[in-house]
Unconditional design. Sequence first.
Length: 601
Amino acid sequence: MSIRLAALTAAIALALGGCGPKEAGTPAPQQSQAKAQVDVTALADQYFEDNLQLNPCMGVYLGDYRFNDQYCLQTPAHFEAQRALTQKYLNKLAAVDPSRLSGEQRTTFEMLNFDLNLAKDGERFPNELLPINQFYNDFATFAQLGSGTGAQPFATVADYDAFLKKIDGFAQNADLEIGYMKDGMSKGVVLPKILAERLLPQLQAMVVASPEDSLFWEPIKALPASFSEADKTRLQAAYRAAITNQVVPAYQKMHDFIAGSYLAACRDSDGWGGLPDGKAWYDWEIRSQTTVTDMSADQIHNLGLQLVDDIHGQMQKVQQELGIPGDLHALFTHMQNDPSEYFKTPEQALQAFRDLKTKVDAQLPRFFDKMPKQDYEVRATEAFRAANSAAGEYQPGTPDGKRKGIFYANIYNLKVQPIYGITTLSLHEASPGHHFQIALQMEQGTQSRYRQFSGYNAYVEGWALYAETLGKDMGLYQDPNQYYGHLSDALLRAMRLVVDTGLHAKGWSHDKAIAYMRDNSSMSDADIQSEVERYMALPGQALGYMLGRRDIEKLRDEAKAALGDKFDIRAFHHQVLGVGAVPLAVLDDHIHQWIASQQKA
């Protein structure tokens, strides 16, 4: 379960993850006297704008439609310009004396320092040689944009013409990606074979005989009645030609390249350790995805093993309450095989999530003193990508509220969407999880645009996982089956610490990772396979959830202990959410300062 990476990564890609503000070198004291006072907010916003100009595809996810007709061509010149931009702003930041900063300016400095230094460190690794995987790729993202149901607007004639130009860029970029993959074949920087195989049906699904059968024809089916007949006729002809001559050939070409050449060169190893410089690369991914600098892969692995044991102990108590005899595997088997634990139809599942939205919304004022103005809607994950998607995903809306947030519930296979898991999934993806946090952040008018759209995996996913725990105080886990669902998802996040590090740092195979999750949970085989292959494709991303949640819980416990009767959960949440998405070290500093201010009040 995650925020929709195709959307969120584009929308908040400026927060490139990182190694923490303390890693970037602090200017020597003897230099600080010569440094002028710098408006760090203005500096960060200029970086945001320069980066957006360089990566115009992000604009549509931000509600910034200046670049609707542009595609982010991943040329060698683009990568060189990205490196130059990073160095330019590192040089600018070196002129800032952080000791003269406080409040928002200091927080923004630490974030920008964090991002730029991580990006600089990451230049060592050839990410461009692995441009696609089965979980996140341009081809799936572009299909959603072109379907008319995603972030790309299709309201005016200009919108339709803009997407036609974007199709030109997409087709060019597909050729560029094949070129990088060929380079990767010669250097041993290739996908595990099983992940490349998973891409083939995704790509083949977009290869249709008739343009009218294409997902990209959907906007033409929905042409606004206000368009002139001349425009309708012209756009129909233009989209028919673009789908036939550019879109379908691009999908076919990538499919045929993978099936005909790439698969034979793919590696048999399943983790990042099988790549050249793989250990250092994975260490960088850990820092990027967790914003934690003081934990090694081994330490994270061992923490995961401990947490799995702890959660198993809590599950045994639920097993006793449910009256299911036998060991923990008996409970897992019951949950896997009991028909009453599964929805009968996709429509029933979708309605259950919508009903739960109403129930959760009524509880939110008890825990939060500020609500997002923007609402969200519940949709089914689109069929063309559902087989390789998570059980639930969130796509942010726009700051002006014109496009709502979307909670995608995957009802493609009801065996991976059990009834007992819907409460914790909704709390995570929607409110008070991803939707709540991201919408509030985008609605803040006092922070810079750079801060408005920041996103750090450990903070964002850590908050959403923490939001799941609030269901207990909301009274949503009184049904032991729903509480089991909460524990089951917590177990998943603990197992992720074990399996992600196992795959990428300890040489685990795909099959060993699957066997570990099967032995320790009641997840379906299909869900386990999807999870393991996700970790293979996105090293380190799955680590941010539990590490982020534990940090927020630690801060809450510290605040309770320090403030006693003065502690107010709504005020604590206000502080955690009010600072916006930040590295965990920055969040820690912010909450500690707030605790100190409350003690003095």
